[in-house]
Design a protein around this ligand. Structure first.
Ligand code: TMP
Length: 207
């Protein structure tokens, strides 16, 4: 494929982003392309700090609103580094000829790091300069499936609870409803190969 793409995968926790990212990367490689998975939080310094806060190895505050606000600032800083750093930033990789698959992007900040409308507007403003990807893929699964899959994991992260995930899913619906650029919404309960086929059919049709 001539065009090098910036593809984002989104969804609530355990929706299958990582599995689909791997399948998509293999697809590009089998096509003779170079491809990389570059998630957010990133693998850089700020991204690692964020991972520690999600696991509560670094503690900020019990105040949920203040915590979300701090996370929004950190994610925005991480995002800037993730997109624009000269070593392995998304745009650097694209310029080197890689297809770049990004599990989570600013849509996750909007969905996870705000509760009230005021907070949502604040997070939107904070992220307003970040460019949209070439394609946004949203994997839709019910909260119950997410919670069931999360039970298999050994460490529970701060946002992995029913109340939060219910809010997050509602936010995603709002975000996707307002989103104007290219997007694909997929039933994430289907088997992984069916989902993968749907994704590559769409990519082959559009690019
Ligand atoms: P993941 O590694 O399973 O994708 O989890 C990352 C967590 O980080 C997930 O709970 C969502 C959260 N997150 C935010 O709160 N804001 C963001 O901007 C991003 C990218 C992730």
């Amino acid at each position: 494929m001539n065009k090098k793409l910036f593809i984002v995968l989104e969804g609530i926790d355990s929706c299958g982003k990582s599995t689909q990212a791997e399948l998509l990367k293999d697809y590009f490689i089998n096509q003779g392309d170079r491809a990389v998975i570059s998630p957010e939080p990133s693998n850089g310094i700020i991204g690692n700090l964020i991972r520690s806060t999600l696991k509560k190895r670094v503690f900020f505050t019990e105040d949920k609103q203040k915590f979300d606000e701090q996370m929004a600032y950190l994610f925005a800083a991480d995002r800037h580094d993730h997109l624009y750093n000269d070593i392995d930033g998304v745009f650097q990789l694209i310029s080197k000829g890689f297809q770049v698959i990004v599990p989570r992007y600013y849509f996750s900040s909007l969905a996870y790091n705000s509760s009230t409308t005021k907070q949502f507007n604040f997070v939107s403003k904070l992220n307003s300069n970040f460019p949209n990807p070439d394609l946004l893929i949203y994997l839709d699964i019910p909260i119950e499936i997410s919670l069931e899959r999360l039970q298999q994991r050994s460490i529970k992260e701060v946002y992995e609870n029913k109340e939060k995930l219910t809010q997050v899913k509602e936010k995603y619906q709002q975000i996707l409803g307002d989103y104007q650029d290219l997007s694909l919404i997929i039933d994430g309960t289907k088997d992984k190969q069916t989902i993968h086929q749907q994704i590559i059919d769409f990519i082959e049709l559009k690019f």
